[in-house]
Design a protein around this ligand. Structure first.
Ligand code: TYM
Length: 336
């Protein structure tokens, strides 16, 4: 039985191929830590992934493999719920209901929509714009109190809160207002290793710009060594003037548990080449047991399917209760 002090927590991640250390540091690492004290629900946001055209076999494989990876990262599917978003149609139903209360102006102002639509002239689909409404549905279906995400999702969470408030004001108290959980240090946004003022992203065309959780040790070290930095050869944290070095310090701190100040002390007087190599070694050392556990889990398809079946059932029970209430409040006729 969960204690009443526990809070309901929801978060999700897209199964769009490589999962980066940005995803890990900004979100997944917090999921694993927060699930000890909270009532957690984690989803693989496969519906969100199709705003970019997907190859069916690859989408299926990526979704299944991501279950194994999240478990390897410490998501505990006994206490927490882990499920696939597309397996519960409640998400799409609530999305439609919320869409009718969401203004086009709100969606077109979203930074991520503006960035993505500017880049995707050939596939600027409506899903890119309505994506945050689906995200709001994900969160609100579960009466979520806390949403641990990276800084890039903050604006989407504000929309989820606004939609919840709007619905509650119009129809009476129905949805819990979710609070973002975004770490306040630099870990909420890990930057590209090649352009350290840009977010590290798995969709970057240059694979040197990101480290994935499944990269081999040599690759990780190579990517760290090739990371773009300044030329003053001093190692200290200063996001404004030393974005590359600061990003590497943040990564080092996340994977060693040392504070930024401790890391600065450790690297005082050390050359950039040595520093980068040490960062790469620390990342590889941290990821090695996750990779080993991943390889065991991913081979066990039956187990993955069991986890997803169980997750779907448990998540479905909660989501259905909310949705039933929402239908009733809006005024849909249900018969006697
Ligand atoms: P996605 O799949 O892009 O990213 C998953 C999580 O990783 C975080 N993240 C980062 N954090 C720090 N530095 C980075 N470079 C970095 N890159 C990614 C993201 O902030 C996110 O927390 N729309 C969401 C998935 C989603 C969701 C939800 C999240 C769907 N429904 C409901 C929370 C609640 C997304 O595309 O995340």
């Amino acid at each position: 039985m969960h204690q009443t002090a526990q809070k309901r927590l929801f978060s999700a991640i897209q199964p769009s191929g490589a999962i980066t250390i940005g995803n890990y540091i900004g979100a997944i690492q917090n999921w694993a830590a927060l699930q000890q004290q909270n009532d957690c629900i984690f989803a693989i946001a496969d519906l969100h992934a199709i705003t970019v055209q997907q190859v069916p076999e690859i989408l299926r494989k990526n979704s299944r493999d991501l279950v194994a990876l999240l478990l390897a990262c410490g998501v505990d599917c006994k206490n927490s719920i882990l499920f696939l978003q597309s397996q519960l149609s409640y998400h799409i139903e609530l999305m439609w209901l919320l869409s009718s209360m969401c203004y086009i102006g709100e969606l077109s102002r979203m930074t991520q929509f503006k960035d993505k639509s500017a880049k995707k002239e050939e596939n600027c689909n409506a899903g890119l714009m309505t994506y945050p409404v689906l995200m709001a549905a994900d969160i609100l279906l579960y009466q979520t109190e806390i949403v641990p995400v990276g800084a890039d999702q903050k604006q989407h969470l504000e929309l989820a809160r606004n939609l919840a408030l709007r619905f509650n004001n119009r129809y009476s108290q129905t949805f819990t207002l979710p609070e973002p959980y975004i770490t306040s240090n630099g870990q909420a946004k890990i930057f590209s290793l090649q352009e350290p003022t840009k977010k590290m992203s798995k969709s970057d065309v240059n694979s040197l710009s990101y480290i994935t959780l499944l990269d081999k040790k040599e690759e990780i070290i190579k990517k760290c060594k090739r990371a773009v930095t300044d030329s003053d050869n001093q190692i200290y944290f200063d996001c404004q003037n030393k974005a590359g070095i600061s990003n590497l310090l943040t990564i080092y701190s996340a994977f060693t548990g040392k504070s930024i100040a401790e890391a600065e002390m450790q690297f005082k007087g050390v050359g950039y080449a040595n520093f980068k190599e040490t960062v790469g070694e620390a990342v590889a050392k941290y990821l090695a047991p996750i990779q080993e556990r991943y390889r065991e889990l991913v081979a066990d398809k039956r187990y993955i399917d069991t986890v997803l079946r169980d997750g779907r059932e448990r998540a479905g029970d909660i989501a259905y209760k909310t949705l039933r209430k929402v239908y009733k409040k809006i005024g849909f006729y249900r018969g006697e």
